[in-house]
Write a protein that binds this ligand. Structure first.
Ligand code: HEM
Length: 142
């Protein structure tokens, strides 16, 4: 190996040692605190729904244990987490409820309050609400 080759190899090694670590940008799932954060958020959302007279009656005959599980899976998938959603499609899940805009807005308000209560930052709240709002036409008037 020539002297120039050795200098070249050392330069590459020195440069790579200084290179900043390249990290993938945080997913929304990470920003929500992963599975543990989403579990806390789901519990807080269920508490908000139960305390909201615009929403609570819809959940009167719902198996809350199952809802808790599939809702958390749904949030996980929507936020690019490593989960599989095993619940019904949004249209099927809300079929027969004939939901209107007022109820949709109530759910969004309750979810926002739930995120605040578990200390999700406002930009992260906005990211999740933006994704969930896309299902509006799938859940309304079914
Ligand atoms: C952003 C809008 C919404 C999203 C993302 C959403 C998400 C979900 C998910 C993931 C489920 C579980 C599906 C399953 O049971 O397999 C579900 C069920 C349910 N949702 Fe929604 N939902 C939304 C809006 C609403 C609204 C506006 C109401 C009523 C005020 C509502 C009431 C219910 C009820 C009562 C169930 C339980 C259905 C059952 O177990 O038979 N949802 N929702």
């Amino acid at each position: 190996m020539t002297g120039r080759t050795i200098v070249f190899i050392f330069s590459i090694l020195a440069l790579s040692a200084c290179a900043p670590t390249v990290r993938a940008p945080a997913t929304l799932y990470d920003q929500l605190g992963g599975n543990a954060g989403i579990a806390r958020l789901t519990d807080a959302a269920i508490d908000q729904y139960a305390a909201d007279p615009r929403v609570a009656p819809m959940f009167d005959h719902v198996d809350i244990g199952r809802f808790r599980r599939v809702f958390a899976e749904y949030i996980c998938v929507v936020s690019d987490g490593p989960c599989r959603y095993t619940g019904a499609s949004m249209a099927d899940a809300h079929r027969g409820m004939n939901l209107h805009e007022g109820q949709f807005n109530a759910i969004v308000e309750d979810l926002t309050a739930a995120m605040t209560s578990v200390h999700v930052s406002v930009p992260t709240q906005n990211r999740l609400i933006k994704r969930l709002a896309k299902v509006r036409t799938d859940v309304l008037y079914k």
